[in-house]
Ligand binder design. Structure first.
Ligand SMILES: *Cc1c(COP(=O)(O)O)cnc(C)c1O
Length: 226
């Protein structure tokens, strides 16, 4: 069990295992603001949340220079609440959601960075774009007209398994798919560069498979109490 006093040491342990160029999103969902504050005081500035109301409360309680990532499934009707301040929306899995983010970002005169969520894991989760969905979304081209969203890369979760080879295969497939999308649609856009994969149990494998962002919660803040 981690406690508040372990947060700084846990944070530094995770950071110590990340190669240069890999950024850490400290996933603080379900943990109180004081845990975020402890990580902040230890130098961390990027945090990930997955529920809009919880995020709004924390934003109000915490310093302005935090970079907030929305990492969970986002319902279209919730976009307007986070649009004023969110720095990155990591799990975009439909054109409809992309359009709504664009609309709300425009209303606030902002450009919001997003990642497309790729579904490669074998589990039958409801969320994410299959590689074919993703190809279709980009081939369709409407995204090019959405000037208040910027697609910065891809996000994925590997299967929740102890089989490290399977996890490695899935992340490697994600990395190869990133290269395909990069050369097909973003060859001229240096800021299409993010590969967000790796959580507490698999971020070490993820960084070997070219992750640029890892999203780590439990290993820093301890188990979540739902
Ligand atoms: C909760 C969550 C994480 C963090 O998971 P841990 O196992 O606690 O590190 C990462 N990514 C997403 C999308 C999540 O929902």
């Amino acid at each position: 069990m981690s406690t508040l006093s372990d947060v700084a040491a846990n944070l530094h342990e995770v950071l110590g295992g990340l190669p240069d160029g890999v950024r850490l999103v400290a996933v603080s969902k379900f943990h109180p603001a004081e845990y975020i504050r402890a990580a902040y005081d230890a130098g961390q500035r990027v945090f990930g949340e997955s529920r809009e109301q919880e995020l709004a409360q924390k934003v109000n309680q915490l310093p302005d220079d935090i970079e907030w990532h929305f990492i969970g499934h986002l319902q279209t009707n919730k976009v307007k609440y986070i649009a004023p301040y969110i720095d990155m929306i990591e799990a975009v899995d439909s054109l409809k959601l992309l359009r709504e983010i664009n609309k709300q970002a425009a209303a606030h005169d902002r450009v919001i960075n997003v990642l497309l969520e790729l579904h490669i894991a074998q589990e039958a989760t409801k969320y994410g774009l299959t590689p074919d969905d993703c190809r279709q979304l980009l081939a369709d081209g409407e995204w090019r007209t959405l000037h208040n969203v910027h697609i910065s890369g891809l996000m994925m979760m590997a299967s929740n398994t102890d089989d490290e080879e399977q996890i490695r295969r899935e992340f490697s497939e994600g990395a190869a798919f990133f290269d395909e999308m990069k050369s097909s649609y973003f060859a001229d856009d240096a800021s299409f560069c993010e590969r967000s994969w790796g959580m507490s149990h698999d971020y070490r494998i993820a960084v070997e498979c070219r992750s640029t962002i890892v999203r780590v919660g439990t290993a820093i803040f301890g188990p979540r109490v739902y």
